[in-house]
Ligand binder design. Structure first.
Ligand code: PLP
Length: 384
């Protein structure tokens, strides 16, 4: 499979259909999706509200340039800005997370007139030349150097190191409120507030990358709301269109006013806009973020009770859960898939990441716990 694709690799599970948190092979074998969709389907696979909105829009008007008002685009912008924290009053749609971060760094530079970017160790912001420059892993960067940007890295979660790094020449501090790809790292209390204070003092833009943490996953619409901190720029993507390729940047007025020329041909295309509008409306009206908080707490409590000393740590917020294992996460993910039909994701060498659709119920959480217990703590599984 996928011989034509020379970068993605391939797994020996051909998927044909999805519904809710489940994925099915062509012959009907069901898998529980706790990571296969990479946080891109918060409402579950092929959610009817989103499918209907896309189908209606694609038949009506598939594409026109973003300078022409189109109802689905107007609705998507209104819903998105209403769903972002107070203070972020303007937005721009793009096509992916990396493109949202690329735009965020450009807007921060033009609004501040500065160029220095501060990013964190173990960060992931995407793979275009600017977003990649702010990404930590050398493996992703070195073969492509020189990259585009004057980036200084500080240890994630270390307020003092951040205070030493931020100065009058800083254009932006870019942080994930909880690091995803880097291992589900939750910063110490007060870290995001410190970042807010430091950037307020020096006039730098505070950029929160909520590409993975956003859209209700952490129990609030945005993870920064759990910490009570509003950035100057918030980027998101992944779950924004419940599976369609779309990203967004939400900004405070001073960033919007200072932003120079920037755009993209497919920005806010009518079809992805219809998906965004349907996704946000459904998430908000049906209160899925609160559900994510509840099921997430339930899941983590059960995991802690079942896995105990068999793992090093369980961390995260809502349905963004990381399990620090005592062995390789790749192997555990493979065993879960092959023996238990549960699809989870590694985040670094020893962290297993659970990113199920927000619509999972307690029964599905129990199934995750059982599969994990049998995989990483078989003694505990045979006792119970
Ligand atoms: C996935 C991710 C990105 C990149 O998004 P793409 O849509 O793959 O370009 C950026 N930041 C974070 C935190 C992510 O998880």
């Amino acid at each position: 499979m996928s011989d034509h694709d020379f970068v993605s690799g391939s797994k020996p599970i051909g998927l044909a259909r999805g519904e809710g948190p489940s994925l099915y092979t062509a012959d009907g074998t069901e898998y529980l999706d706790a990571g296969a969709s990479f946080a891109c389907t918060p409402l579950g696979h092929s959610h009817p509200a989103v499918v209907d909105a896309i189908q209606e829009q694609v038949g009506e008007l598939t594409f026109v340039d973003s300078s022409f008002p189109v109802q689905s685009r107007e609705d998507a912008y209104a819903a998105f800005v209403a769903a972002t924290p107070d203070g972020l009053e303007s937005a721009w749609f793009c096509n992916s997370g990396t493109e949202a971060n690329e735009a965020a760094l450009k807007f921060a530079r033009s609004a501040t007139g500065e160029s220095k970017i501060i990013a964190a160790t173990r960060s992931f912001h995407g793979r275009t030349m600017g977003a990649l420059a702010a990404t930590w892993k050398d493996k992703y960067k070195e073969p492509y150097e020189p990259l585009a940007g004057d980036v200084e890295f500080v240890p994630y979660g270390d307020s003092e190191a951040l205070a030493d790094a931020v100065d009058d020449e800083t254009a932006a501090v870019i942080l994930e409120p909880i690091q995803g790809e880097g291992g589900i790292n939750v910063p110490p209390a007060g870290y995001l507030e410190t970042a807010r204070e430091l950037t307020d003092e020096t006039g730098a833009a505070l950029v929160f990358d909520e590409v993975q943490t956003g859209m209700g996953r952490t129990g609030s619409m945005w993870a920064c709301q759990n910490a009570g901190v509003t950035p100057d720029v918030l980027t998101t993507a992944k779950g924004l269109g419940n599976g369609l390729p779309v990203g967004a940047v939400a900004v405070r007025d001073w960033i919007a006013d200072g932003a120079a020329s920037h755009n993209a041909t497919f920005s806010g295309g009518p079809v992805v806009a219809a998906a965004v509008h349907a996704t946000i409306s459904t998430l908000v009206e049906e209160e899925w973020p609160a559900h994510a908080a509840e099921v997430g707490d339930y899941l983590v409590d059960k995991l802690e009770a079942a896995l105990g000393d068999a793992v090093r740590e369980i961390r995260g917020e809502g349905l963004l859960v990381g399990i620090e294992l005592k062995r390789g996460a790749n192997r555990v993910a493979r065993d879960l898939a092959m023996n238990h039909q549960v699809l989870a994701l590694p985040a670094g060498r020893t962290v297993l990441r659970l990113l199920p659709p927000l619509v999972i119920d307690e029964g599905e959480a129990d199934r995750l716990v059982e599969a994990l217990t049998e995989t990483v703590a078989p003694e505990a599984a045979s006792e119970s």
